[in-house]
Design a protein around this ligand. Structure first.
Ligand code: PRT
Ligand code: ZN
Length: 288
């Protein structure tokens, strides 16, 4: 009988997802032993158990309920097309699934792939894309080294994962269409018991706090009192900024939180509004 008081999380054992998945768990304050070679581990201070698996197997295990949730790339979750929930995007292991062709070909559009052969490890996602575009192609499913297929005469194009693009380049290929943008996600079993759901909610709350902390910066600055209103307007903050009087009674210190994305623009505007001694510090976690 399964133990409903513990949530089972499947993580990639070794590969591109492993390190960031484990860091996220650690940053969420969950402690566990992670000796290499171990296939299972229980957290010491949170009702969670880890299963370390090959990423391709994780959607199956989650669909079957052997694991309750798992961390995989969206590319793998979609290709396996299992009955699973897409619970949360995690923002790491970003890559794209793209179509690529020999670089000397003058590419004029998707019609290049009409009746062509395409090598890929992602036949389902590719078929779905081609169907939508009314293209009929011959899909060759291969499990690895997809990018060499054109040079050995196996296919006239490939559909593969691209990150920096250097693998395509070194195999004489160029990227011509993006089919999917992917990142790591949490997938979940569709029939989680209430008890497990509430553990998952606690975990998600922690993960969100870590993510918000990463996006936010704590900012401290000094401003002349006559410009305070103008400066406060420039700072979105969590609710409203903290204002502390300085020894010089014409000046105040302002503390707030700003978003990483708008960081440089805000700083520039603050300086123009007379802010001085601007200090920006990272936030470890942010609870809203
Ligand atoms: O052993 P296991 O089956 O668990 O691992 P795996 O070898 O199948 O997967 P792994 O660890 O390579 O990748 C896990 C996940 O990381 C993938 O499913 C993607 O979601 C994500 N990811 C991010 C990538 C890449 N970046 C990536 N660059 N997965 C693969 N690649 C490969 C790609 O296949 C190609 O060969 O890297 C090459 C391209 O990289 P660039 O930088 O040269 O473009
Ligand atoms: Zn794999």
């Amino acid at each position: 009988m399964t133990d409903n008081s513990i949530l089972r999380l499947a993580i990639q054992r070794k590969g591109r997802l492993s390190e960031d998945s484990l860091s996220l768990i650690k940053e969420s304050g969950i402690k566990f032993s992670n000796r290499t070679g171990k296939l299972k581990s229980k957290a010491r201070n949170f009702p969670i158990e880890f299963l370390f698996l090959r990423d391709d197997d994780i959607p199956d295990y989650v669909a079957d309920g052997v694991a309750d949730i798992g961390i995989v790339g969206e590319n793998v979750a979609l290709e396996k097309s299992k009955k699973i929930d897409f619970v949360k995007k995690l923002g790491f292991s970003k890559c794209r699934l793209s179509l690529a062709i020999p670089k000397e070909i003058d590419y004029k559009g998707l019609s290049y792939f009409q009746h062509a052969s395409i090598a890929t490890s992602y036949p389902k996602i590719l078929q779905g894309f081609l169907d939508k575009k009314n293209i009929t192609a011959d899909i060759h499913e291969i499990s690895g080294s997809v990018e060499i297929a054109p040079s050995i005469g196996l296919a006239s194009g490939v559909c593969d994962i691209v990150s920096s693009g250097s693998t395509l380049l070194s195999n004489g290929l160029k990227e011509v269409e993006t089919i999917l943008n992917s990142e790591a996600i949490i997938i979940g079993n569709q029939h989680l018991k209430e008890e497990k759901k509430s553990i998952l909610d606690k975990l998600l709350f922690r993960i969100e706090s870590v993510q918000k902390g990463k996006n936010g910066k704590y900012i401290l600055l000094n401003a002349p009192n006559e410009n305070l209103d103008k400066i406060i307007e420039l700072l979105p903050g969590m609710r409203s900024p903290t204002i502390v009087p300085l020894a010089d009674k014409n000046w105040s210190s302002i503390h707030s939180v700003i978003n990483e994305d708008e960081f440089w623009e805000v700083i520039e505007n603050l300086r123009n509004a007379g802010a001085e001694g601007i200090l920006v510090v990272p936030i470890e976690k942010m609870i809203l």
